[in-house]
Ligand binder design. Structure first.
Ligand SMILES: Nc1ncnc2c1ncn2[C@@H]1O[C@H](COP(=O)(O)OP(=O)(O)OP(=O)(O)O)[C@@H](O)[C@H]1O
Ligand SMILES: [Mg+2]
Length: 285
């Protein structure tokens, strides 16, 4: 029976996508079957599995063409392939039973992707207008239909509290809140906890959550140490011991080059491996 793990923070740029993708890849590399769900219309997770640079160029070229602006690389557009992802989280929110045609194999063994695209932003309104079935249970109903096919369903969320996120949180056995150390990010933690609490109260559930500190500098700054100490006191059982270190070159390079962090040794990869080990020891509890 698949466990559903959400990565969420209402603050943007706290490492949700990097953590969700890397976590999913490491867990899959250990032999577990994982479905990675992109619940963010920015589609950053999906972009890790596509030739995004070519796709971006293709779209830029077609905008130029529509506006009658010629460019010297016109012939390149013909060489660019079409999207391989024809359905995804948008479809699942509209019709949970469509989940079966929304899970795509990736080039990582045991790892499947339920992709997103910018259409996802419209799903919110569609779900709100569709009052024939409960609005918060679209993902949970879909995930139940594939629960025997996966060990883990890992969701990358947007820094938002829209209907898609309500569906994600409602469906989750565990929400991992990513907290970037030493900044305004505590406000993101507060808002995420408030969202979870609202869903618990409104729908009579009890969503489990834990906190993962990300982007810690090797030479920890005072503000980071103080924050860690305060969080340890406040959330003794809910703070992952492992912290993800800040390593700009490794992370930025892997996203620009569309490479997995797993392809190259780095401190940040070691941190993510330690985080997965800690997670697997504790399960989704
Ligand atoms: N450990 C790290 N060290 C250095 N840079 C990092 C690290 N983790 C993530 N980043 C960088 O920080 C930025 C934000 O990371 P990421 O996209 O994972 O965050 P996010 O929470 O998913 O953002 P959003 O809220 O926009 O979805 C990216 O540019 C990423 O490359
Ligand atoms: Mg993201």
């Amino acid at each position: 029976m698949a466990k559903v793990i959400s990565f969420q923070s209402r603050k943007g740029g706290t490492g949700k996508t990097t953590s969700a993708v890397t976590f999913a890849q490491i867990v899959a590399s250990k032999g577990y079957k994982v479905l990675l769900v992109d619940a963010d219309e920015q589609a950053n997770t999906t972009r890790r599995f596509t030739d995004t640079c070519k796709k971006d160029f293709k779209q830029i070229f077609s905008i130029l063409k529509e506006n009658g602006i010629s460019h010297p690389l016109q012939s390149l557009t013909e060489q660019l392939k079409d999207d391989k992802y024809t359905s995804g989280t948008y479809d699942v929110l509209i019709d949970p039973a469509s989940i079966h045609r929304c899970c795509f194999e990736t080039n990582h063994e045991n790892l499947y992707l339920c992709p997103a695209n910018e259409e996802l932003i419209k799903a919110d309104q569609m779900v709100l207008l569709d009052t024939r079935s409960p609005q918060q249970t679209r993902f949970s109903r879909a995930f139940k239909m594939v629960a025997n096919e996966f060990d883990y369903i890992v969701i990358d969320n947007a820094p938002s509290a829209n209907m898609t996120i309500i569906n994600s949180l409602f469906a989750s056995d565990l929400v991992i809140i990513t907290l970037k150390a030493g900044g305004d990010e505590l406000d993101g933690l507060r808002k995420t906890l408030a969202d979870i609490s609202e869903i618990n109260q409104n729908f009579g559930v009890n969503i489990n959550f834990k906190i993962l500190m990300t982007m810690m500098h090797r030479q920890k700054r005072n503000i980071e140490l103080l924050e860690r100490e305060a969080l340890e006191a406040m959330f003794p059982d809910r703070l992952f011991k492992t912290m993800i270190s800040y390593q700009d070159a490794a992370v930025a390079k892997s996203s620009v080059e569309n490479r997995s962090l797993l392809d190259k040794k780095s401190n940040v990869l070691n941190d993510y491996k330690a985080f997965v080990d800690e997670f697997l020891k504790g399960g989704a509890d």
